[in-house]
Write a protein that binds this ligand. Structure first.
Ligand code: AFD
Ligand code: MN
Ligand code: MN
Length: 405
C-alpha cells in the first residue's frame, strides 16, 4: 500500500463526512484475543496433519501469540484451555505472559474429553459426574482469578444421540442447577460466557443448541452471564447479525468465537467463506456502541473478540495473523457506515437507498487505511507479509520440529 492510496481514500472518506482520525482510533482500540489451542497441532477426527514448528506446550503457544501481537499490535491476550494448558505455577505463567507483552484472557474448562463425560457433564444423568464437572469448572474459576482473567468461557458438548436416550427437560434442569453453583462462585468483575452449538459431538440434540437456549440460561443465572456467539455454530442460512443485534439490545452479548464455516463447525479462518456476514455482524456492534441506551452501548464496547479456529492444513501463526487482519477489515468497513444517512433513508422507507448505504461502506477497500494505522502503531503495515518475510516459520521449524501428532 502507498501513501498516495491512503491520501486518496482519506480524501474520499472526508468527502463522505467521515472523521478519519476517529476511525483510526477505533481501529487501534479493537483488541482481538487469540486461542492457545490455535497454535498447536490440531485436526479433525480423520487426521491431525502435524505442522513443522507448531507449538508443543503452553509456553511455546504464548510465544507464538506474542509474535502475533508483535506483528499486529492488537492481540494483547490469549485464551487458555484447561487441562490442555495446565501448569503447576499459575503465577509463573502469568509473569511469563507479561514478560512477552501479553496476558491471559478467557479460561476455557474442558468437560468433554474425560471418559466420565461420555453421556455429558453438567447435564449428565449421574449426579456424581455432574459434580465432577462442576468441581473442574470451579477450579477454572480459581485459575482465572490467579491469572487476572475476567472471563470464564463455557462450552458443553452435552447432548444425546438417540430419541428417548434421556429426558430433555430433566437435562435442562440439571444444566441450570449445575451452572447456578458455578455462577455463585464468580468473583466480582468476572463474566461467565455461555456458548451454544447446534450439533456435534452430540448428533441428535445438544442441550445448549441455539442462542435462545443460551440467552434463557444466562437470564436464569444473573447479569454476569452472557452469550458467546461462535460464528461456526449455526445451521445453514442463519442470520447471525440479527442474533447479535438482539443480544446486544438485551445487554447479553458477551463475545465471539470467530471462525468461518461452509457447512458446519468447520473452524476455518474467519472472514474467508463469508466476509460480508462478518461485516454485517460488526455493523451491528458499531451501531450499538453508539446507542443512547447505556446497557446496549456498554455491552457493545465490552464485547470479547476471541478467535476459535482449528488450522488443519495451513500454518498456525500465519492463519492466526490472517484471521486478525480479516476481523480488522470487517470492523473498519463497519466504522465507515454513514449512520446518519442510513437512519434518514430508513425513515424515508427507501429500501434500496438504505441497502446502498451499507454497500458503500462494505465496498470500500480499507487496506490503505489499516496500513497507515499499523505504521502509526509501530507495527508492520502488512503483518502477513512481515511474517512470511521474517523467517519466523523457518526458525520455529528448525527449533521445534514437527511436534506431537
Ligand atoms: C470446539 C467447540 C467449541 C469450543 C471450542 C474450544 O466446537 O467451539 O468453544 O472447541 O473449547 O471448537
Ligand atoms: Mn467456540
Ligand atoms: Mn466450535
Amino acid at each position: 500500500m502507498t501513501m498516495d492510496e491512503y491520501r486518496i481514500l482519506a480524501t474520499r472518506l472526508v468527502d463522505r463526512g467521515i472523521d478519519v482520525e476517529a476511525v483510526k482510533d477505533a481501529i487501534k482500540r479493537l483488541a482481538i484475543e487469540t486461542p492457545s489451542w490455535g497454535y498447536g497441532n490440531s485436526g479433525t477426527r480423520f487426521k491431525v496433519f502435524p505442522w513443522p514448528g507448531a507449538a508443543r506446550n503452553i509456553w511455546e503457544k504464548l510465544a507464538d501469540a506474542a509474535l502475533v501481537h508483535q506483528l499486529t499490535g492488537v492481540c494483547p491476550s490469549v485464551a487458555i484451555h484447561i487441562p490442555w494448558d495446565w501448569v503447576e505455577d499459575w503465577g509463573a505463567l502469568r509473569r511469563y505472559a507479561s514478560d512477552l507483552g501479553i496476558r491471559i484472557g478467557a479460561v476455557n474448562p474442558n468437560v468433554f474429553q474425560d471418559d466420565d463425560y461420555r453421556l455429558g457433564s453438567v447435564c449428565h444423568p449421574d449426579e456424581k459426574v455432574r459434580q465432577k464437572a462442576i468441581r473442574h469448572i470451579l477450579e477454572c474459576v480459581e485459575i482465572a482469578k490467579s491469572l487476572g482473567s475476567t472471563i470464564l468461557s463455557l462450552w458443553f458438548a452435552d447432548g444425546t444421540n438417540y430419541p428417548g436416550q434421556d429426558d430433555f427437560r430433566a437435562r435442562k434442569r440439571r444444566l441450570i442447577e449445575s451452572l447456578q453453583q458455578v455462577y455463585a462462585a464468580l468473583p466480582p468483575g468476572m463474566r461467565m460466557l455461555v456458548e451454544y452449538k447446534f450439533f456435534e459431538p452430540a448428533f441428535y440434540h445438544t442441550d445448549l443448541a441455539d442462542w435462545g437456549m443460551a440467552f434463557t440460561t444466562c437470564q436464569r443465572l444473573g447479569p454476569a452471564a452472557q452469550v458467546l456467539v461462535d460464528t461456526g455454530h449455526h445451521p445453514q442460512g442463519t442470520n447471525i447479525e440479527h442474533i447479535v443485534a438482539f443480544l446486544l439490545d438485551e445487554g447479553r452479548l458477551g463475545g465471539f468465537h470467530f471462525n468461518s464455516r461452509k457447512y458446519a463447525d468447520d473452524d476455518l479462518i474467519v472472514g474467508t467463506t463469508n466476509p460480508y456476514e462478518l461485516f454485517l455482524i460488526m455493523n451491528e456492534i458499531v451501531a450499538a456502541e453508539r446507542d443512547p441506551d447505556p446497557t446496549v452501548s456498554r455491552c457493545a464496547r465490552e464485547v470479547a473478540y476471541m478467535i476459535d479456529q482449528s488450522h488443519n492444513i495451513e500454518g498456525k501463526i500465519e492463519a492466526m495473523i490472517q484471521s486478525v487482519v480479516n476481523i480488522q477489515i470487517a470492523y473498519t468497513k463497519a466504522l465507515l457506515v454513514d449512520r446518519r444517512r442510513l437512519r434518514e433513508v430508513q425513515e424515508e422507507m427507501d429500501v434500496l437507498g438504505a441497502h446502498r448505504v451499507l454497500q458503500e461502506a462494505y465496498e470500500t477497500d480499507v487496506r490503505p487505511l489499516l496500513a497507515v494505522v499499523r505504521e502509526e502503531m509501530g507495527v508492520p503495515p502488512d503483518p502477513v507479509a512481515a511474517f512470511r518475510q521474517g523467517g519466523y516459520a523457518e526458525r520455529l521449524a528448525r527449533e521445534r520440529g514437527m511436534g506431537p501428532r
